[in-house]
Write a protein that binds this ligand. Structure first.
Ligand SMILES: *[C@@H]1O[C@H](CO)[C@@H](O)[C@H](O)[C@H]1NC(C)=O
Ligand SMILES: *[C@@H]1O[C@H](CO)[C@@H](O)[C@H](O)[C@H]1NC(C)=O
Ligand SMILES: *[C@@H]1O[C@H](CO)[C@@H](O)[C@H](O)[C@H]1NC(C)=O
Length: 281
């Protein structure tokens, strides 16, 4: 190729020489600017580095499998553990007990929620044996029977004797239920225990008796097979006193007395729920 006028041929040769040297320089023995020793070190570095990464990966998997092995025998199956939820849904319940406009919304929520537990409706369901699971084999696709749960069993929190669910007297009811989980059969005698997060405890009434989730409401067979299923409820009535008004109370409720988890670090609604209540007067 013809060279440019202002670029002498000598310069061109030099350029070619240094370009070749950049790949392999026979004088210094460098390949791509590095000596064999330097290349060796780099290779060694990456070898060790990737071996370390692979080791970390294997270690992590191994540790994870170890933990899994620890858990499996404790859980009868891979049935997940239920969350605990409240009605009214508000995790920050705030109202003036003398102003119905501030709590009517809540008692309407409770009232419509309890429609499914209407005594007349529930009377059509089975009277089950308290304290034992209601296992049903059933034919393929056959509807499973439902254990009755009458709202009247919630007594002072049923909305029947007191249509304001205690909100007007400043002793509000909160309903708790577990999330539905197909096939769940809680061991022991699950019950709800609520505590106020402060020095002085508050008095709490539980309905039904002792805030128990009776075993007869388990297992649940799923939406398709168990259409009319109603979850058992526990109502708590906070018996607030004069000194409890106009201050924020933090209440934590947990499912206790069973194998259901209630202290998962990652999920603060698993088997427990925390909410705040402020009743003004
Ligand atoms: C329950 O349902 C019946 C009709 O099925 C109705 O007459 C009654 O008022 C309901 N009770 C409540 C408390 O909602
Ligand atoms: C409820 O929980 C509190 C605090 O953890 C505990 O002191 C109390 O004994 C529990 N009550 C019942 C009935 O388990
Ligand atoms: C609550 O409502 C009553 C009646 O309307 C009122 O006198 C009182 O000041 C209210 N309390 C608070 C803390 O707002």
């Amino acid at each position: 190729m013809a060279s440019n006028e202002d670029k002498p041929a000598v310069k061109e040769e030099e350029n070619v020489g240094s370009w070749k040297d950049a790949i392999f320089n026979p004088r210094t023995g460098e390949f791509c600017g590095r000596t064999a020793k330097s290349w060796g070190l780099i290779l060694l570095f990456y070898l060790v580095f990737y071996a370390f990464l692979a080791g970390m990966f294997v270690l992590t998997i191994w540790v994870m499998l170890m933990t899994l092995d620890d858990y499996v025998p404790r859980y009868r199956d891979r049935v997940p553990h239920p969350g605990l939820v409240i009605r009214p849904k508000e995790l920050d319940l705030l109202f003036n007990k003398s102003q119905p406009l501030q709590f009517n919304r809540h008692i309407n929520t409770l009232e419509s929620f309890l429609q499914d537990y209407n005594d007349t409706e529930q009377a059509r369901n089975e009277v089950c044996v308290s304290g034992s699971y209601f296992d049903q084999d059933g034919e393929v696709g056959e509807q499973r029977k439902v254990c009755q749960f009458k709202r009247s069993s919630l007594s002072l929190c049923s909305g029947l004797s007191d249509s304001t669910f205690g909100y007007a007297e400043g002793k509000p009811c909160i309903l708790l239920k577990m999330n539905r989980i197909i096939g769940l059969k809680p061991r022991g005698e699950p019950y709800v225990n609520c505590t106020a997060k402060r020095e002085k405890p508050i008095t709490i009434q539980y309905f039904p008796n002792e805030g128990r989730f009776d075993k007869m409401y388990f297992p649940y067979y799923g939406n398709k097979l168990h259409e009319r299923y109603v979850q058992p409820l526990v109502a708590v009535k906070l018996l607030l006193r004069k000194e409890d008004y106009n201050t924020e109370l933090t209440i934590e409720c947990r499912i206790e007395g069973s194998n259901l988890r209630n202290n998962d670090d990652r999920d603060k609604f698993l088997g427990r729920v925390t909410f705040r209540v402020t009743v003004k007067e």
